[in-house]
Write a new protein. Structure first.
Lengths: 334, 337
């Protein structure tokens, strides 16, 4: 087999089969996938959660992860944010002609690793190859199915006045790590993306409390956008304390330099939880035992004042409205 | 007045207006590179984008600003090759990689971006990259401050002088302001405490009646500035007039590519004649840039003009005053919600 992907790898013929059988199946093998039928068959009962997401990140390799890890963690996390235990994923790849097979292999390896950690199986998949220039190296789409345990009712619409707002760790790590590569901003730092599957953290939180009302992962648009979504869905106000929001020094410094606000910078391994105040300390203690929740903090609370608005008490004392991200995050010019 | 749009954003983001006494009124000035770019210049950039075999490169916010009839973003959707770069050197690299095309960098910004644009021209010369060009729309800070002070339209007691511009030019170029106009000048950084310290010093100078130029950002700014960066600028650019949105043509306030580098000057290498410019109806960006109006005084603000569908540049740019008031400004009367 050649060193790079050819259009023929997507033709459905010999090379397509070879690609799947040699480069993908050996890593992702499981009984449902190995059959290579037109659809995967599995048993499930109870309430199911189902989600899908596409990944077009540039660059595809970044400190702390790559597009493959992201595609698994992103969909696993979307399921977990409804309290579901993720079971199965599908994986679809659109590959640009000329993409290096060695890089594809590296990404499949990382998909395998992330799926193992999250304890999910990839049971369906597809590959397409498009002409050079019609895609940017590699686009991945994953869909996922999970089971929601009985008694769990988590939704963005469930926040109630008095609830505590919790954050599982430092914000902005993923966005700044990717930006430091993409924009050729050669920061001398070792910041890595926080890309991680959060389903185990969520199930540990559910073990200690059944009163977790909302969960959401603050990905694109950052913490600010997620808090706004929750406030709008729940028709409640949210107040957060800027000083309580954990931000790594490197991220702070990069944001100061670039003129960005870390609350708008993307995360891939963090969650926001809105919980009953009586259980908040218990949940916090449990989160901190998990390495993905080590820096968890209570950052604010839900209020009946200013419904649908998010207000932040700044480090200096005054309050300000926190709006959703509008447009794109761009470094300042001057 | 805070000259710099970055300061306006920080002031609103940290709620500094609520911390200072009501007697201290902060006005946003013309320090937003995208905002001060005249519509006519923007129209020229859009016309250049439509030329065959041309790649336009520019800083991000610029592509969304509406010109008279279109925007760079619109031109891109119509098939023009318009690319966002984060550094001028990236634009040179694009030229190197596309020898069959002409690459034009739309050079905006103040003394902060000018040295890097100068460096890109020197790099192109050194590496004999003949298809790289700069449309120099760069502007200078002190001359426009003088124009604002001469007009007397806004009665200023003090100026929060720009942090990053001053890293390059130092504190001396502002000395005419306290001397000739009796207006206090303090150079500030962009962190909340920097700005509070700066305002405190401005109030103190004003109360004592002893206006002078002070540096409240010593970790970034030295009185003499950055000589090397200035030499780079002076080598490549000469001072000429510039067209400022809301202010008009200001002599000696812009940077033009010197004759010895004219083959890199997009103004010399290309000829376009866009239709006469027209300003969007009802847009008060011009007044806002001069500090003569606050964003909330514009009838279009938040109703017609939003970051998603901007009418004027002040709502587009991440350094624009309207964008700052849109994003953070409602906090001042939370009860109103």
């Amino acid at each position: 087999m050649d060193d790079s992907i050819l259009l023929a790898h997507g033709s459905g013929g010999k090379l397509s089969h070879e690609l799947v059988e040699k480069k993908i199946l050996p890593f992702l093998a499981n009984p449902a996938l190995n059959k290579l039928d037109d659809s995967a068959i599995f048993e499930a009962s109870g309430r199911l959660a189902f989600t899908t997401d596409s990944y077009v990140v540039n660059p595809i390799f970044f400190p702390g992860g790559d597009i493959g890890k992201l595609a698994v963690c992103g969909t696993v996390n979307d399921l977990a944010m409804n309290g579901a235990r993720p079971l199965y994923l599908s994986l679809s790849a659109i590959i640009e002609e000329g993409f290096l097979l060695s890089e594809l292999e590296q990404i499949v390896q990382s998909i395998k690793k992330a799926a193992e950690e999250a304890e999910v199986s990839i049971i369906a998949g597809d590959t397409k190859v498009v002409n050079r220039g019609q895609a940017d190296k590699l686009f991945l789409t994953t869909s996922g199915v999970g089971i929601i345990p009985p008694g769990v009712d988590i939704s963005g619409a469930n926040a109630k006045a008095g609830d505590k707002v919790m954050l599982s760790g430092t914000i902005g790590d993923h966005g700044i790590a990717v930006m430091s590569q993409r924009e050729g901003l050669r920061f001398s730092m070792t910041l890595e993306s926080d890309c991680a599957p959060l389903n185990k953290l969520v199930s540990q939180m559910l073990e200690v409390s059944s009163r977790i009302h909302c969960l959401r992962d603050p990905t694109r648009g950052g913490l600010a956008t997620t808090l706004n979504e929750l406030a709008r869905q729940s028709k409640a106000g949210i107040v957060v304390e800027e000083a309580e929001i954990p931000v790594k020094e490197e991220v702070k410094a990069a944001c100061e330099l670039l003129g960005l606000d870390p609350i708008y910078v993307a995360n891939e391994g963090k969650l926001v939880a809105i919980v009953d105040p009586a259980d908040a300390d218990k949940i916090l203690a449990r989160m901190r035992q998990n390495s993905y929740g080590r820096d968890a903090a209570i950052i604010g609370e839900v209020t009946s004042e200013h419904p649908r608005k998010v207000v932040m008490k700044t480090k200096l004392g005054p309050s300000r409205i926190v709006d959703m991200l509008s447009g794109e995050l761009l470094p300042r010019i001057c | 007045m805070e000259f710099c749009g970055g300061h306006t954003h920080a002031i609103l983001r940290y709620g500094i207006r609520q911390l200072v006494p009501k007697t201290v009124e902060m006005r946003s000035g013309p320090g937003c590179p995208v905002c001060v770019t005249a519509t006519a210049d923007l129209d020229k950039a859009i016309a250049l984008a439509h030329l065959p075999d041309v790649i336009i490169t520019t800083f991000g916010d610029m592509i969304r600003v509406p010109g008279s009839y279109s925007s760079l973003q619109q031109a891109k959707a119509e098939g023009a090759d318009v690319r966002i770069v984060y550094s001028t050197i990236d634009a040179v690299e694009i030229a190197k990689a596309s020898p069959e095309k002409s690459v034009i960098f739309i050079g905006i910004g103040f003394e902060t971006t000018a040295p890097t644009i100068a460096a890109s021209i020197l790099k192109a010369q050194k590496e004999k990259i003949e298809n790289f060009h700069v449309l120099s729309l760069n502007k200078l800070t002190p001359p426009v401050m003088k124009v604002l002070l001469d007009s007397g339209e806004v009665k200023l007691d003090g100026i929060v002088c720009p942090g990053h511009v001053s890293v390059i030019i130092g504190s001396h170029p502002y000395e005419f302001i306290p001397r000739d106009y009796g207006v206090a000048c303090v150079i500030s950084g962009f962190e909340p405490l920097d700005i509070l310290l700066c305002i405190d010093k401005l109030v103190e100078q004003s109360e004592k009646g002893e206006p002078k130029v002070e540096i409240a950002y010593p970790r970034g700014v030295k009185p003499e500035g950055n000589r090397k960066a200035r030499q780079l600028m002076e080598n490549v650019f000469e001072i000429g007039e510039a067209n400022w949105r809301g202010i008009g043509i200001v002599p000696q306030s812009g940077l033009k590519v010197r004759g010895k580098y004219e083959r890199f000057d997009a103004d010399k290498a290309f000829s376009v004649s866009p239709k006469p410019p027209r300003e969007p109806k009802g847009c008060r960006c011009g007044d806002i840039i001069r500090g003569a109006a606050m964003p909330l005084e514009c009838k279009l603000f938040r109703k017609v003009c939003t970051p998603e569908s901007p009418v004027g540049p002040c709502m587009v740019s991440s350094e624009g005053a309207c964008a700052a008031y849109y994003q953070y400004g409602a906090t001042e009367n939370l009860q109103a919600f």
